[in-house]
Design a protein around this ligand. Structure first.
Ligand SMILES: *[C@@H]1O[C@H](CO)[C@@H](O)[C@H](O)[C@H]1NC(C)=O
Ligand SMILES: *[C@@H]1O[C@H](CO)[C@@H](O)[C@H](O)[C@H]1NC(C)=O
Ligand SMILES: *[C@@H]1O[C@H](CO)[C@@H](O)[C@H](O)[C@H]1NC(C)=O
Length: 268
């Protein structure tokens, strides 16, 4: 009898622990009675749902270059602190490794430590924004970033595709890695390049792949026709590759989370 009660209690505890939106979907089958006792808890105030940015960035992506820079400069702590300890939360735009690789190595090697820090801080907003909120945010351009002062971004919503515009790049959000208040991490396909750090458009690395002609056309968009078709093609390509990465990234993150929830259950 007592043993049964204990099991029931831990089941309830497990459901509370797992009541983040991601889990709510996964654990749909278990005992019916619990549903009566527990309200469906749509949005419990800042749930103790701790997102570890380093863990997240190391399994999603690949975002190793960005994560390495964050760790080397300690900007990771600034972001994690904002994620842990503020009501506002944080939104981070994370460039893929390929975005860094497409720029010449000297682009970053030449930066001072302070410039590098500012560049990283420039990739985050000191507030959580869901994808749907970017729509109204775009009326507030230019938007302040974590780097403060003049380091602003312009957000535009082009029929559902959100672009994050810096002086020398205008990447789109190619996917959402996580978007659960208070932490949003969105993948972008180019590094954000503010004019405060880069006086001119940083040179691209010599392209290892073919078709530099096409990339050039879409960058400079000389005629509406060729610009449009090549960027549409690039869009389709990056879409298929990024959605694949994200699928894998989120799956492994869920597995990590599930494993830690499992650990908690065992402790009970
Ligand atoms: C964030 O919270 C986690 C878990 O409570 C903790 O381990 C970590 O040290 C915290 N980090 C910061 C920068 O506050
Ligand atoms: C980087 O620094 C090197 C050596 O200091 C210099 O030759 C080069 O022009 C610099 N590159 C850029 C892009 O500023
Ligand atoms: C952002 O928008 C503002 C206001 O529309 C404009 O003045 C500024 O030049 C834009 N910045 C960039 C980087 O496009």
């Amino acid at each position: 009898m007592e043993f049964k009660a204990a099991i029931f209690t831990s089941a309830v505890v497990a459901m509370v622990l797992c009541s983040s939106p991601a889990f709510a979907q996964k654990t749909k089958s278990p005992p019916a009675p619990a549903a009566v006792i527990l309200p469906p808890s749509p949005a419990p105030a800042p749930a103790p749902h701790h997102v570890d940015l380093a863990d997240l960035l190391s399994v999603a992506g690949p975002f190793h270059t960005f994560l390495d820079y964050l760790q080397k400069t300690d900007v990771l702590k600034t972001f994690q602190n904002q994620a842990n300890n503020t009501k506002e939360g944080i939104t981070v735009f994370v460039p893929k490794d390929s975005a860094f690789a497409s720029l010449k190595k000297t682009t970053f090697a030449n930066l001072t430590q302070d410039q590098l820090k500012s560049l990283l801080l420039y990739h985050a907003l000191p507030k959580f924004y869901s994808l749907s909120e970017f729509n109204k945010l775009s009326t507030l351009n230019p938007v302040a970033t974590f780097a403060g002062g003049q380091y602003t971004l312009n957000l535009t919503d082009d029929m559902g595709t959100i672009h994050v515009k810096s002086m020398w790049s205008n990447p789109k959000i190619s996917s959402s890695v996580i978007s659960t208040r208070p932490v949003a991490v969105y993948e972008v396909d180019r590094v954000l390049l503010p004019m405060q750090i880069f006086k001119s458009d940083p040179p691209l690395a010599p392209a290892p792949a073919p078709a530099p002609e096409v990339a050039k056309a879409s960058d400079e968009a000389p005629s509406p026709v060729s610009g449009k078709s090549s960027s549409a093609k690039a869009k389709a390509e990056s879409k298929s590759s990024s959605s694949h990465h994200v699928g894998v990234g989120i799956a492994s993150y869920l597995i990590l989370a599930a494993a830690s929830a499992g650990g908690l259950l065992l402790l009970w």
